[in-house]
Design a protein around this ligand. Structure first.
Ligand SMILES: Cc1cc2nc3c(=O)[nH]c(=O)nc-3n(C[C@H](O)[C@H](O)[C@H](O)COP(=O)(O)O)c2cc1C
Length: 147
């Protein structure tokens, strides 16, 4: 178990954001793109300990949580930044149905993540396996201490 599992938020102009959410907003501002939040139909618990337990349970169950909402006109996008926090050395399990539901063939995926010390872990290779017909760039990983 990593000893770096901790609550992680940043406060920007009085608004509390998750680390990865903040990174996503900065990317959105920089490249003026559309943004979609990958969130489960059943919201994640706001209590940190409950979230840690749920994430671990989902991983051992190889869970595929249902995603709330869909991306409109997904086909029209060519370059897609996909961001997530490192959870137990992997992507949150909801990323798996996300990569299943959308066909990234011929598109470029730019992964980004935030973490407590493990960087991307093996997630870039995982994305390449899940999307063999996409170009997956090296992406950008930022420690929550630097966000
Ligand atoms: C359930 C859970 C598991 C985590 N597992 C890891 C881990 O294995 N390695 C790591 O470096 N950080 C781990 N972390 C720390 C997060 O990756 C880090 O705090 C990240 O910035 C959280 O992003 P967020 O604010 O967007 O949720 C974990 C955090 C949580 C909540």
């Amino acid at each position: 178990m990593p000893d770096n599992v901790d609550d992680s938020t940043v406060v920007i102009n009085g608004e509390t954001l998750g680390n990865t959410q903040y990174m996503a907003y900065v990317i959105q501002e920089t490249v003026s793109t559309d943004i979609f939040r990958i969130e489960p139909e059943t919201p994640y618990p706001t209590d940190h300990d409950e979230l840690v337990d749920l994430a671990s349970e989902e991983q051992s169950d190889n869970a595929r949580p249902a995603i709330k909402d869909t991306i409109e006109n997904f086909d029209t996008y060519e370059n897609i930044f996909v961001g997530y926090p490192n959870w137990w050395g992997d992507m949150p399990m909801i990323l798996y149905p996300f990569f299943d539901e959308y066909d990234f063939s011929g598109k470029t995926i730019i992964p980004f993540n935030t973490h407590g010390g493990s960087g991307f872990s093996g997630t870039i290779s995982t994305i390449k396996e899940l999307e063999p017909n996409a170009e997956v760039l090296d992406g950008k990983s930022i420690s929550r201490n630097d966000i």
